[in-house]
Design a protein around this ligand. Structure first.
Ligand SMILES: [Zn+2]
Ligand SMILES: [Zn+2]
Length: 259
């Protein structure tokens, strides 16, 4: 059995969505359940329509939302499906892509990000502009210019500060009705990596809590050109990631078992 098969086996048996909960001192897990079959339906849709806005007529299709993007230099990305029961007992499914799709956060029919992206843009634009200007100035200085080191340090401090501010905009909710700053619940050895909270499982779970849905299962798969390290392959299922997702999923899944 190749590592990918073993990985898929593991994901099938143990559920792909889990994390350590500080409060309960145990791992909370959500199985894949029927979401795995629903993913296969989504794959078929992607394969046939070759775009992620197949809900709209072809004439209105957004050229940025074709799946060609996933087979280009940006390479593929993760997609996730959640099956849930709503507050009237109806079973439904919701879907998400990881991060942005070709620079776009919000696409109709897909669950959006945890963060208020207009607020994020408002905070980041002026800082990013300054960082770019600094970069240009730095490029024009010789290596032994003492000013160069100062500016490099200034640029580093600015981007670190910006990352902290952006992380401050991310809150996560769980099935006990608690909402916390994501940075406060993160159970990791180091700092929170960039992009924490932007994967499919956190998007889907947060959306479920806010709509009073009870998730029945989540499954995630990779679609597009294999990633550079070769750890993600087209059409394969993968568990929620170790670096960004598992450290927050324990908190996010807390209280679900009592529903
Ligand atoms: Zn992740
Ligand atoms: Zn718990």
């Amino acid at each position: 059995m190749c590592p990918e098969q073993a990985n898929n086996e593991h994901a099938t048996r143990l559920g792909s969505c889990y994390g350590w909960c500080r409060r309960c001192k145990q791992v909370h897990t959500l199985p894949m359940g029927h979401a795995r079959d629903l993913c296969r339906g989504l794959m078929l849709e992607l394969e046939q329509t070759k775009r992620i806005d197949w809900h709209v007529p072809p004439k209105q299709a957004d050229p940025r939302l074709t799946t060609d993007y996933l087979f280009g230099p940006a390479r593929g990305q993760m997609f996730g499906v959640m099956e849930y029961v709503d507050d009237r007992g109806q079973v439904g499914c919701a879907k998400a892509f990881s991060g942005q799709y070709n620079g776009i956060w919000h696409v109709d029919g897909w669950v959006g990000p945890l963060v208020d992206t207009s607020e994020m843009d408002r905070i980041s634009r002026p800082v990013e502009r300054t960082i770019k200007e600094l970069g240009r100035t730095i490029a024009g200085l010789s290596d032994d210019d003492p000013l160069r080191r100062d500016l490099v340090n200034k640029r580093r401090a600015l981007s670190k500060g910006l990352m902290k501010k952006i992380h401050g905009l991310y809150t996560v909710s769980n099935f006990r009705g608690e909402t916390r700053l994501m940075a406060d619940v993160f159970e990791g050895p180091g700092g929170m990596p960039t992009g924490t909270g932007d994967c499919c499982a956190p998007k889907l779970l947060n959306h479920a809590v806010h709509n009073q849905w009870i998730p029945l299962g989540i499954a995630e798969f990779y679609w597009g050109l294999e990633n550079r390290s070769g750890s993600k392959k087209h059409g394969r299922f993968y568990p929620a990631c170790t670096e960004k997702c598992q450290p927050i999923l324990g908190f996010m899944l807390c209280g679900l078992a009592d529903k």
